[in-house]
Design a protein around this ligand. Structure first.
Ligand code: SAM
Ligand code: SF4
Length: 471
């Protein structure tokens, strides 16, 4: 049995700092041939070694960068097809006892209003979210004794129980403080999707400078946070780094070593990887002036390199980013985005500009869900609200998409079409409906006859009012 010692020293981690620095130093100026070989390995669906990732990170020549972009696009199309899964964040409470210097919620920020949704307010938020067509949420919490595992579990139960005509939430992911194994067990009981924890920075000295007090000041407790989740039986976990705190190349290496560690310990890597960039935050000087800002160009590079390095993992791009960079980044291998998001506590139902201005950070993409869906359709993507795998007990979904030949064509694309159809019938604007119906026709025309007929039958059921139709 795998037990994590609770006496780990801060330096006892699986992020080998010296080795990472050495790899980043010894892989400089890779030649074209080598980059081609590494790309070829990735296109054959093999995870890259840390050294191979370091070569890609050091491919600074614009021609090589373009090769990496092209390969990431190719890999995304080859493995995942053209679906983009949509979700929304739901902030439950911003009480926090930590002092993360980049976050508007840190306890010393006296300029924001602290708030936790009560039951009625939670219902109001869910009413708005489900009225817009959302089916997948990530619930977000500050770190505070109030937000105990039981509290979190209770919120999730309430969300699953909520019904709004045909609207309901079918998958709840969680972004909250790392828990004990017991704590995760309580949360797992109510049926969560992915448990996300971002390490923020994998660079220990930087981590120590930015997290001076509160439970989050322990680097290793956080680093092993998802090991404890896995031990508790939560097998969909999401990792991430907050880009802008330290050198972006080091952070990508950290994500790769974290992935490798989970694979080695549990036989399965992370379900998703997130790569938020720091955004300005009210009353938070460091967020307004990050120590290692990442340019849009380097941001796209890091996404493409993560795509190639870990071909089987879902990549999440949030509405922290502006619409234009979202458009460009999606092509490079992103599989999930949030849309129509609002990150104030209670701000879906109470549109108070002051709450929005003083939330955790400032959002870059404030378009409505319908606008984002329409644009995705126009760009040839199938917006998907699919939750079929999770609900059929097929966890580790991304791994199946990746490992089982034909899985995407047989399950993912049909389910994306079916959930899009539900959206169009129940919530779509006229223009989105028109564009969506054309996209569905086009997708059906590409399918073998038998599958096309099956899906047409299911689409007719949706038109007749049946919901939650899936393969
Ligand atoms: N409180 C929990 C924690 O810290 O793990 C979970 C929720 S926290 C609100 C979610 C994530 O927001 C953090 O892990 C961090 O990466 C991100 N975040 C914090 N401040 C940010 C900022 N100024 N810009 C962008 N993302 C930020
Ligand atoms: Fe609190 Fe999380 Fe913000 Fe840190 S990142 S201050 S723990 S809400």
């Amino acid at each position: 049995m795998y037990i994590i010692s609770n006496k780990l020293k801060e330096t006892e981690s699986f992020i080998p700092h010296e080795k990472i620095n050495e790899l980043l130093e010894t892989t400089k100026n890779p030649d074209r041939k080598l980059i081609e070989q590494i790309i070829e390995k990735s296109l054959n669906k093999e995870r890259l070694t840390p050294q191979e990732t370091a070569f890609l990170l050091n491919a600074d020549d614009p021609e090589l960068v373009q090769m990496i972009f092209n390969a990431a696009k190719q890999l995304k199309e080859k493995i995942y097809g053209n679906r983009i899964v949509l979700f929304a964040p739901l902030y439950i409470g911003n009480e926090c006892i930590n002092g993360c210097l980049y976050c508007g919620f840190r306890s010393q920020n006296r300029q924001i209003v602290r708030k936790t949704l009560n039951e009625e307010e939670l219902s109001e938020e869910l009413y708005v979210l489900t009225s817009k067509g959302h089916k997948r949420l990530i619930v977000v919490f500050g770190e505070h004794p109030m937000y105990s595992p039981k509290f979190i579990a209770n919120v999730i139960q309430k969300i699953y129980a909520f019904k709004n005509k045909t609207g309901e939430i079918r998958r709840v992911n969680v972004n909250a403080a790392p828990q004990t194994v017991k704590g995760y067990e309580i949360i797992k009981e109510v049926g969560i999707g992915t448990f996300q924890i971002f390490q923020e920075t994998y660079h220990l000295p930087t981590y120590k400078k930015l997290h001076v007090y509160g439970p989050k000041s322990s680097y290793v407790y956080r680093l092993f946070g998802l090991d404890r989740a896995m031990i508790a039986g939560i097998d969909d976990v999401g990792i991430g780094a907050l880009f802008g705190l330290y050198n972006w190349k080091f952070e990508v290496m950290g994500l790769i070593y974290h992935t490798k560690h989970l694979e080695e310990r549990f036989g399965v890597g992370p379900h998703t990887i997130s790569f938020p960039r720091i955004e300005p935050a009210f009353g938070t000087p460091l967020a307004n002036n990050p120590p290692h800002p990442v340019s849009d160009y380097d941001f796209k590079r890091l996404i493409a390199i993560i795509r190639l390095s870990v071909p089987y993992t879902g990549l999440i791009l949030t509405a922290r980013e502006k619409p234009q960079i979202r458009r460009e980044a999606i092509e490079l291998g992103v599989s999930q985005i949030d849309a129509g998001s609002s990150i104030g506590v209670g701000s879906y139902s109470q549109i108070d500009q002051e709450v929005v201005r003083k939330s955790q950070f400032v959002l870059g993409d404030t378009r409505t869900l319908d606008d984002v869906i329409k644009e995705l359709i126009e760009n040839g993507y199938i917006p998907s609200f699919c939750t079929a795998c999770y609900r059929a007990g097929r966890t580790g979904q991304h791994f199946m998409e990746f490992a089982i030949p034909g899985f995407v064509k047989e399950f993912c694309t049909p389910n994306a079409i079916l959930t899009l159809k539900e959206y169009l019938v129940d919530y779509g604007s006229c223009e989105t409906k028109k564009a969506g119906e054309m996209l569905i026709e086009n997708e059906l025309s590409k399918m073998p006859e038998q599958r096309r007929e099956n899906i047409k039958n299911l689409l007719m059921k949706i038109e007749a009012g049946i919901r939650d139709v899936r393969m």
